[in-house]
Unconditional design. Structure first.
Length: 172
């Protein structure tokens, strides 16, 4: 590789790193009560999902490897940030009520699922979320009946993540 090619490749790599650094992972540089919606998007990028809840607009930002965290920036009707919360965590699973919660409830709690699978024979739709239960990587599966109501919630060890093939031994 010539010196000129090496310099060009190095410059491109530096630019990529610089641009990636412009987007904040969790919005830690933003201030509730002061930062605006435009500043949130400038810092965190384009949201994966937007929801209007009461007098707030919620901006959903899945982050990390396999989107194992989802941050929600809550914006007031005045366009000012009310706060940022990490929603995709084990503690929030208890907010799901089997037989009562529906797809919209789950979407507003965790944001967009990592994967959606429909099982025609069992008449179930499964939403899958990759979740971080430090340090363990988990798989959250939420099963809905055809009427959109939660019927089952499973928190599993993410075997797909474990590339060693060692299974669950010593992981939990």
């Amino acid at each position: 590789m010539s010196a000129r090619s090496w310099i060009r490749n190095w410059a491109v790599a530096a630019l990529v790193v610089l641009l990636a650094g412009c987007v904040s992972y969790s919005g830690g540089n933003l201030v509730a009560g002061r930062s605006t919606e435009a500043q949130v998007e400038a810092s965190m990028g384009r949201p994966a999902m937007v929801a209007h809840v009461g007098n707030e607009t919620w901006l959903f930002y899945p982050r990390g490897e396999f989107a194992r965290q989802t941050f929600v920036a809550r914006i007031g009707s005045d366009g000012v940030l009310h706060g940022i919360e990490q929603r995709l965590d084990v503690a929030n699973i208890s907010k799901i009520q089997i037989g009562k919660s529906n797809m919209e409830d789950v979407r507003l709690l965790f944001g967009p699922p990592h994967q959606i699978t429909h099982f025609a024979l069992s008449k179930r739709t499964v939403w899958e979320y990759k979740i971080l239960d430090n340090p363990t990587k988990r798989l959250l599966e939420i099963q809905f009946s055809d009427d959109g109501i939660v019927r089952e919630v499973l928190l599993l060890y993410d075997h797909e993540y474990d590339k060693s093939g060692g299974g669950m031994a010593g992981k939990d």
